[in-house]
Write a protein that binds this ligand. Structure first.
Ligand SMILES: Cc1ncc(COP(=O)(O)O)c(C=O)c1O
Length: 455
């Protein structure tokens, strides 16, 4: 075997050999990937999936041939490209959206923030209708999430409850743009500014959504102090596992990097030494003068970096990303048009005002007298994959059992009436860019049939 390999690469430089391998990989990917069979009714329609071509696979193999493994040149390239797309100064690639949320929140607990540091027992306004790892970091740290209700059919925070949620302990608001629909950024940011609160935008389900903020069209995730993304395969774009944290604030960026990279003070990339030129000259904490800055820790950190192979996939995905956003919007509109005729039975989703959502999915809430579960069951039996709005009402889950009713651990404003309705009556189906008109028409047909069956 080794003899055969040596023969193939005889007289070739390493670069020439690499190019030859990549050419073969490209041909392999074109021939064996992305060959969808003709759609037949009853075939599974996933709510989301990866959309890619040979470029992602070539990049992945290129990175694996390099065998750098940890973050490296592709990570730098991906962070730069994502920051450029978002129009933001700093971006950190991490190993998941949940890690991104953890870093975003924990960065606000850094002592480097002085008066504005979030301390244990401080409160963070959020919602209960959503994904668990938007709120888990708040509880894990020992801060107190304050849950307010959401509106239907936008599925975002009910801003009329903000005043009631506010206390002298409130330090931040942390919210997701639900399934791509931007929450009311103008009002929420104004409330934050008036009350000296941080704003974290969990942008994991909304990359590419825009909002008209202060006379400018801004991408979601870039209006608040920090934004986060997930690149898990069903998301707007993928790196396999992966996520990102972004900000325009250089201090928050420095803290995020420190917490991501073991808590260290030094900002050298993996494998880099003495970027600051002061590696052995300064004094930190109670360490001896000149202690190696590479091993000085300003935070109790983690290692949440992703690999260069993941970043390599991201570099190819980001080039295609604008076309994904357009397709998501188109699919959403087609579904909405096709289901208009049953709006007496189903509440169809509405975008927030001043926004242009890059939809993650198409949310449906059944009206009184209609059973959500029987529609969901009908669709699943017909091959149409469905999803709940994640936790529905996170405070109802077993993870709350240990702290249930303890208002020093979490608070609820009002009755969470719509949140509970979502838990009972809402589900969603996909709009991902890999869907075509035929599949969407089939989903519409199945939903209409399911309603006929029940009437
Ligand atoms: C709103 C929201 N935040 C965070 C996450 C977590 O992302 P990840 O799965 O990459 O950890 C998700 C995952 O789907 C999500 O929907």
């Amino acid at each position: 075997m080794i003899r055969r390999v040596i023969k193939i690469f005889k007289d070739k430089t390493e670069e020439e050999a690499r190019q030859e391998i990549l050419k073969i990989v490209e041909e392999y990917a074109v021939k064996y990937h992305n060959n969808p069979e003709e759609f037949k009714e009853g075939d599974k329609i996933a709510y989301a999936s990866r959309v890619y071509d040979e470029k992602e696979i070539v990049n992945l193999v290129d990175s694996s041939l390099e065998f750098w493994l940890t973050s490296g040149r592709y990570t730098v390239e991906f962070e730069e490209k994502l920051a450029k797309y978002l129009g933001i100064d700093y971006c950190s690639f991490v190993n998941s959206g949940s890690s991104a949320n953890l870093l975003a929140f924990l960065s606000l607990t850094s002592p480097l923030l002085g008066e504005r540091q979030i301390k244990k027992g401080d409160e963070v306004i959020t919602v209960a209708a959503g994904f668990p790892t938007t709120i888990a970091p708040i509880i894990q740290y020992g801060a107190v999430p304050v849950f307010v209700d959401v509106t239907i059919p936008q599925y975002n925070i009910d801003i009329t409850q903000l005043e009631e949620a506010l206390s002298d302990k409130t330090k931040a608001i942390m919210l997701a743009h639900t399934l791509g629909n931007p929450f009311s950024l103008t009002e929420v940011k104004k409330f934050c500014d008036e009350n000296n609160l941080w704003l974290i935008e969990d942008n994991c389900d909304a990359l590419g959504s825009t909002y008209d903020y202060d006379g400018k069209t801004k991408l979601t995730g870039t209006v608040g102090d920090i934004g986060t993304s997930s690149f898990y395969p069903p998301h707007h774009m993928t790196t396999g596992e992966g996520g990102a944290v972004y900000t325009d604030n250089p201090l928050l960026h420095k803290i995020v990097r420190s917490l991501r990279d073991w808590g260290r003070d030094c900002q050298c990339q993996s494998g880099q030494d003495n970027l600051c030129g002061n590696r052995f000259t300064k004094q930190y904490g109670e360490l001896p003068l000149g202690y190696d800055h590479k091993y000085v820790y300003s935070h109790f950190g983690y290692n949440l970096k992703a690999t260069d192979m993941q970043a390599a996939i991201g570099c190819a995905q980001i080039e295609k990303f604008p076309s994904f956003v357009e397709k998501r919007k188109e699919n959403f509109e087609q579904l909405k048009e096709g289901l208009k005729c049953v709006s007496d039975k189903l509440i169809l989703p509405e975008k927030e005002k001043n926004s242009d959502p890059s939809w993650f999915g198409f949310m449906i809430t059944v009206k009184d007298g209609i059973e959500r579960n029987s529609i969901v069951e009908y669709l699943e039996n017909k091959g149409v994959q469905t999803r709940m709005l994640f936790a529905g009402n996170i405070t109802k889950h077993p993870c709350f059992d240990e702290i249930r009713g303890d208002t020093t651990k979490y608070r609820i404003v009002g009755e969470l009436t719509n949140t509970n309705k979502i838990m009972e009556d809402t589900f969603w189906i996909g709009v991902y860019p890999g869907m075509n008109r035929e599949k969407i028409d089939y989903m519409i047909k199945c939903i209409l049939e399911s309603l006929k069956e029940k009437s």
